[in-house]
Design a protein around this ligand. Structure first.
Ligand code: SAM
Length: 242
């Protein structure tokens, strides 16, 4: 399986480590944990990367499968798991092809900053619907498209039109990354219309605020990353399988 993310997997694994980078530790992990809750569940982590979140969930007592279509990401996830076992399992698998997993098996599916790397969201949502129990949770985070517009990562881009509605792939270089990577910028209405179409009922929507502590830590940990001067980096949505 060939993946765009193989190119930067080694850098990504170092950046994310065991707890996540500054964005994850401050803006994603605390909210995702709250939305998932404490009762032990079967959880599928779609696009798990180096597996840091799947492993954190497993440590909390959940039964977790992490899948990613980047063999190198899965290599790093499994390496970490071998070194310090948590019980999380990892598999190379394409998120557009989840129907090879058992039907109605998972209580919760999460996709943490993953959907903007994938072209065909319909097949991802269809697969998630398939593997989730009825009333199961689908929780995802995405880069907030109102604030992380294409010109945020491509500062020299001369905005000739309203870039918010641009719905296409762009190549961006994350702060400190060795190479560019492809992201699909899509307006919010795109994701909301997919949730409605696939009958996922929205339960919660969170826009994590940028605290002083976060901004200080961001400067310290990743001085090459651009700092947002308005809004926030992510939007997190919890929905229920109808
Ligand atoms: C921004 S990273 C996020 C990784 C992890 N969820 C985290 O928060 O650290 C995006 C991940 O999505 C994975 N990915 C991209 N397209 C995918 C696909 N079609 N199927 C499965 N994983 C995919 C990439 O390999 C990468 O690991």
């Amino acid at each position: 399986m060939n993946s765009e993310w193989d190119k930067i997997a080694e850098w990504w694994d170092k950046k994310i480590g065991e707890e996540g980078d500054v964005f994850r530790r401050f803006l994603l992990n605390p909210y995702l944990f709250k939305l998932i809750g404490k009762n032990p569940q079967r959880i599928l982590d779609v696009g798990c990367g180096n597996g840091y979140f799947a492993r954190k969930l497993a440590k909390e007592g959940h039964k977790v499968l992490g899948i990613d279509n980047s063999p190198k990401m899965i290599f790093f996830a499994q390496k970490r798991e071998k070194h310090k076992p948590t019980g999380a399992e990892f598999r190379i698998m394409d998120a557009r092809n989840l129907k090879s997993l058992p039907r109605g098996f998972f209580d919760t599916v999460i996709a943490n900053v993953v959907l903007e790397s994938i072209d065909d969201i319909d097949s991802v949502f269809e697969g998630i619907k398939f593997v989730l129990k009825k009333e199961g949770n689908f929780i995802f985070s995405i880069l907030h498209p109102c604030f992380i517009t294409p010109d945020f990562y491509i500062p020299n881009l001369k905005p000739r039109r309203n870039l918010y509605f641009l719905s296409k792939p762009i190549y961006i270089k994350m702060g400190g990354a060795p190479e560019k990577i492809m992201f699909f910028h899509r307006p919010l209405q795109y994701y909301f219309s997919k949730l409605i179409r696939f009958r996922f009922n929205i339960q919660r929507m969170i826009e994590p605020p940028l605290t002083k502590k976060f901004l200080i830590e961001l400067k310290r940990e990743n001085p090459e990353e651009q700092v947002l001067n308005k809004g926030t980096y992510f939007i997190i949505i919890k929905s229920k399988n109808e």
